[in-house]
Design a protein around this ligand. Sequence first.
Ligand code: TYD
Length: 214
Amino acid sequence: MQGKFITFEGGDGSGKSTQIKLLEEYLKVKGKDVITTKEPGGTPLGQELRRILLTGDVDKMDAKSEAMLFFADRRIHLTKKIWPALEKGQWVISDRFADSTKAYQYYGHNGRVSLPDLHNLYEISVGNFKPDLTIILDIDPEIGIKRSLNRAASAAVKEVRFENVDISFHKRLRQGYLEIAASEPERCVVIDANQSIESLHQEIIKEINKRLGI
Ligand code: TYD
């Protein structure tokens, strides 16, 4: 595959979408053909899964069903959008990917889905493919939740299924991301998201240049 696949990860309200837009603009100026996308819901069919996954009661389905739906969304996303784009030489930036499932469904929800089950779902859905670079925006949950609840209050659709859980969930989530990053340092970089939009952008660019050599 010719293009590069960059994923952004982080707790709710870590500022991923703003940083993704800025990175997209930067890469375009550098002459890259870039697309941005997100999970869940990066495809039309995925949008339907997104509605099922993010609205309603936290406990409306069991953990394995939920994990399988996230991975179904992911595989549709890969086959319909990400892989074809990479094959064409495009750079793909995704707001969340498989680390989100590990962080939310395993770490956040206290191992409701086991790591071996998640590993198997990854093998089935994604195979031996992985992001070229994963940027984890690290934020104190107290700050992140406040940001994302402000946004949810003004949104038309209330997608707060995972934001309605308690602060300890978000602390486990943060710890989970740090563990994921520590276990795969060649793929993941953790960046402190509690800084200005511009300085965070500059730090991201520095990592992109260093690790992907543009
Ligand atoms: P989204 O509205 O995209 O918000 P943000 O990414 O800015 O937080 O919400 C996606 C939600 O879905 C978010 O709370 C994380 C959750 N999620 C999982 O629990 N598991 C997953 O595998 C993915 C991709 C997302």
